[in-house]
Design a protein around this ligand. Sequence first.
Ligand SMILES: NC(=O)C1=CN([C@@H]2O[C@H](COP(=O)(O)OP(=O)(O)OC[C@H]3O[C@@H](n4cnc5c(N)ncnc54)[C@H](O)[C@@H]3O)[C@@H](O)[C@H]2O)C=CC1
Ligand SMILES: O=C(CO)COP(=O)(O)O
Length: 417
Amino acid sequence: MATLGATKKHKVTIVGSGNWGTTMAKLVAENVKAHPTLYEETVQMWVFEEEVTIPTTSRHYAPGSSLANKPQKLSQLINTVHENIKYLPNITLPPNVIANPDLPDSCKNSTILVFVLPHQFIPRVCDQLVGKIVPYARAISCTKGVDVSESGIKLLSESIGMRLNIYCGALSGANIASEIAQEKYSETTVAYDPPPMDSRNPTPKGSPTSSQVDLISPSKAVPSARSARLKALPSEYPPLSHENVRKLFHRPYFHVRMVSDVAGVSLGGALKNIVALAAGFVDGLGWGDNAKAAVMRVGILEMVAFGKAFFADSVHTSTFTEESCGVADVVTSCMGGRNFRCAKMAIERGESVFEIEKKELNGQKLQGTSTAYEVNGFLKSQGMEADFPLFTAVYSKHILEGNVKPEQIPDLIERKD
Ligand SMILES: NC(=O)C1=CN([C@@H]2O[C@H](COP(=O)(O)OP(=O)(O)OC[C@H]3O[C@@H](n4cnc5c(N)ncnc54)[C@H](O)[C@@H]3O)[C@@H](O)[C@H]2O)C=CC1
Ligand SMILES: O=C(CO)COP(=O)(O)O
């Protein structure tokens, strides 16, 4: 897409700086540098500030220095050594990543906000940004989870969009962050359904009209959520077409497929974390690959069924089967994801997943446990727990602590018809 007439460039902020957040900052910073007509050269990365001490195993540990063994602010350390030694150790960040602990300041005048936070922190972070961002900003949610409240279930993209009155797409895929940070090949799916006023493309045949698209419309699952009117992206900025959004994320080692199914992409990433816990439980019992495959098969069916039941108007089933954010993410997460690894360790050591998370993840957060809890609460409210036996079994075992033993999973997920 040509940038003819554009006099401004997009400013990008990564909202989050964990394992995936820092990896995102790295690859986006590489891309803004590669596309200087579209994007400003520096990328802000909001850091939830904490004090860290450089571990003796770090390449930045200098025994005699005044900073050795002294707690330092994580944001300052990142800007000094160009590494997030706590959440993404041993990976050098490009110098155009600027760590910033001040949330509104990090997002000031940014036209693109990339949300990469554990999902439980999204509401509070968004609330702090209300009125502090440009009204025509656009967001992409890279977070995996859902937002369940008394009013129903929302995708995180919906939740971010509604809280901030902006458009929000989603990025999700078979994406173990540490592999991507090391520039090992992987694929991802970016769902971005740009309003025609952003893309400045002639509206393709069969597409919704401008007046339909410039509303943030909640899915049917949230009947009471409000709709908000989007503010057009000023014409001084390059259009946010699929092509230009792709340029922000695509790297030679990180291949992006653009789609329009925001609901499918968001749901796949959220629900696969429940499946990964189940895979960890059966692996922890020493049951081997066949058991894991059985759990994955049932989990994928429940993911599709969940989309059809609660997001029927928006989800395309093919997103789960054809794109990286569906089956491929289930596979990688059930082989090496944190949810899988912690669930497996929990069974092997006879401890709860929560204890393992605290002991083993050094501040990183699991999303499967809270998602299992939230999805179960929603299913219960719909009287549909029995329709999702795998999601229900994971919740029963690990949130209610011992109602169900992992050995019971095969019987619980067996179809009764
Ligand atoms: N790590 C991975 O391989 C991948 C992660 N994701 C998703 O990305 C999202 C973010 O995960 P990661 O970047 O891996 O984070 P992480 O789990 O590595 O780190 C936790 C982050 O939460 C922050 N934090 C702690 N307390 C906070 C608070 N009160 N308010 C705000 N932030 C707080 C910490 O500073 C840290 O940045 C999750 O939804 C995850 O499922 C998606 C794909 C890959
Ligand atoms: O989402 C992921 C891989 O795509 C990472 O999953 P975990 O959070 O379980 O590590």
